[in-house]
Ligand binder design. Structure first.
Ligand code: FAD
Length: 387
């Protein structure tokens, strides 16, 4: 069997790339180890930034894919005192609240149900042959046996624990990693955000509440790296939310799901090896405080999709050769933003983290957003993904 491109991983990046290539008339196969229902139900990010909105508009699919309202404001709260940050929109295009789950569901509908795209679910044992000067071969198993696809290019969109990056011989890519030393408890609950999304700093640690559709929201609570569910029964989750938000009237509601996210930032570079190109979480991770993980992946896909179509449709592989060099400056820029967000939101809170000196400088940094137009403009650019 032959294809121009095999995409490994049918998450948000793999599906967005597949839709882009399908619309360009390029024969593409997506290999996904989970079933469609599992992929449809996975809940993670909540905001598509303005840069990604623009990309979907350029591809002519924004209306089909982005079904949530505009996201321009965020409430930064310091020990109960709220200040609303409004990201200055300089070009009329706004970020959108659109959960990753909603985006993925819409991508699946457009790609498979509308356009007849080739996504193979529940595959296992994906293996990559990516030898010098030979077309790659991808082998995989499904319920019917073992299969091989001969292709021209491979897109590795199978996130941090996938096979794509692992297939690259050691020494060919360098890993840059920073561990922050704390984690977030992420709780999906049956209560919407009332008003603005909240990022709250308190002497007792960080808490955030971000929208996840009209009926649900996600609370994030700073916690220790070693914490697990046994340290956090529902009653403690609600007590800490009330304490850190300084809102004693909040009532306990149903907690659907709890996970623990250790804070780390990672970049693997270069993001390509021979005919394999890494995108999204397979190439880089940012802590969720930045709300950039999905958006950086979509940036990769924008560049990679354009480069693949130039190589396949016009025979010009220059952009493909330059893929990693093109995207990495943007990735590093947003790694820096993620460090800024993580340090500011956590150092400004409980002084037991990095001491009271860091607490006060982090508070000054946050305050700058409300007293300096220049600082607000820069912060807004980062939030909108246009910096
Ligand atoms: P994924 O979405 O993980 O998709 C990878 C796919 O590859 C999966 O479907 C997986 O099943 C498949 N796969 C893996 N291994 C194999 C294999 N060997 N063979 C075949 N298939 C395979 N980002 C934001 O922008 N904003 C946020 O607010 C935000 N909040 C987050 C909150 C949480 C709790 C978490 C965990 C993440 C959050 N993120 C956020 C990050 C965002 O979810 C990821 O950056 C995004 O999912 C990356 O997309 P991806 O397509 O690279 O990876």
């Amino acid at each position: 069997e032959n294809a121009e491109v095999v995409i490994i991983g049918g998450g948000v990046c793999g599906l967005a790339l597949a839709l882009f290539l399908k619309r360009s008339g390029i024969k593409t196969v997506v290999l996904e180890r989970r079933g469609r229902t599992y992929v449809e139900q996975r809940q993670r990010a909540g905001v598509v930034d303005a840069r990604a909105v623009k990309m979907f508009e350029r591809w002519g699919v924004a209306e089909e894919l982005l079904t949530g309202p505009v996201a321009q404001t965020i409430e930064y709260r310091l020990n109960g005192e709220a200040k609303i940050f409004v990201a200055p929109a300089t070009d009329g295009i706004e970020s959108r609240f659109c959960t990753q789950q909603m985006l993925v569901n819409n991508l699946l509908k457009e790609l498979i149900d509308e356009a007849g795209g080739d996504v193979r679910f529940e595959v296992s044992d994906v293996a990559i042959q990516n030898e010098a000067d030979l077309p790659p071969i991808i082998a995989y198993q499904d319920a019917h046996g073992t299969h091989e696809i001969h292709c021209r290019y491979i897109a590795g969109c199978d996130a941090d624990r996938g096979i794509s990056r692992a297939s690259i011989p050691s020494g060919m890519i360098k890993t840059y990693q920073y561990d922050y030393g704390y984690a977030w408890l992420a709780a999906l609950v049956e209560a919407p955000v009332r008003g603005n999304p909240i990022m709250a700093i308190s002497d007792d640690g960080f808490v955030g509440q971000l929208p996840r559709g009209p009926l649900r929201s996600r609370y994030y609570l700073q916690c220790a790296l070693s914490d697990d569910r046994s340290h956090w029964p529902d009653e403690r989750i609600w007590d800490e939310i009330r304490l850190r938000l300084n809102e004693p009237a909040i009532e306990n509601v149903l907690v659907h799901h709890v996970e623990f996210v250790p804070f780390r930032s990672v970049v693997h570079a270069p993001m390509q090896y021979r005919r394999l190109f890494l995108a999204g979480d397979a190439a880089h991770l940012v802590p969720p405080v930045s709300a950039k993980g999905m958006n950086l992946g979509l940036y990769d896909i924008d560049v990679l999709g354009t480069a693949l179509s130039a190589a396949i449709l016009k025979g010009d592989a220059t952009a493909l050769h330059n893929y990693s060099d093109t995207v990495l400056p943007h990735i590093w820029n947003y790694q820096d933003f993620a460090v800024w967000m993580a340090d500011t939101m956590h150092d400004a809170g409980n002084p037991s983290l990095h001491g009271d000196f860091k607490q006060m400088t982090a508070r000054a940094r946050l305050n700058n957003l409300f007293r300096s137009e220049t600082a607000a403009l820069l912060h807004g650019e980062y939030q909108r993904g246009t910096n």
